[in-house]
Design a protein. Structure first.
Length: 103
């Protein structure tokens, strides 16, 4: 995967609680703006603001359909960065060690 984005900024964006909530909603498939506004209690401007970096780097796509904005996540691209990121590996390794210590 070509990484033409700031990896650190992307990781900070992905772990933001609002972004995480939005992405969790999108994991089940595309959602329209009305659904996201109702579900997350955020305005469309807040949603687009929180997602601006992931939209800019095509982790999330926004299209228009019958006057509604449709949000869709690229799960393959998202999973690749999560699986390949050393920060997540270090967290997983740390949790594994803690689990072994506690058990």
């Amino acid at each position: 995967m070509s990484e033409s984005f700031d990896k650190q900024k992307m990781m900070e964006t992905l772990v933001d609680p609002d972004v995480s909530s939005i992405l969790a909603e999108l994991e089940g498939g595309e959602k329209d703006s009305i659904y996201l506004i109702d579900k997350l209690q955020l305005s469309i401007d807040q949603i687009k603001d929180r997602l601006s970096y992931v939209i800019e780097n095509k982790f999330v796509m926004v299209t228009q359909n019958n006057g509604k904005e449709i949000f869709n996540v690229d799960l393959i691209k998202l999973n690749k960065i999560m699986e390949s990121d050393d920060n997540f590996k270090n967290v997983v390794d740390g949790l594994t060690e803690l689990d072994q210590f506690l058990n």
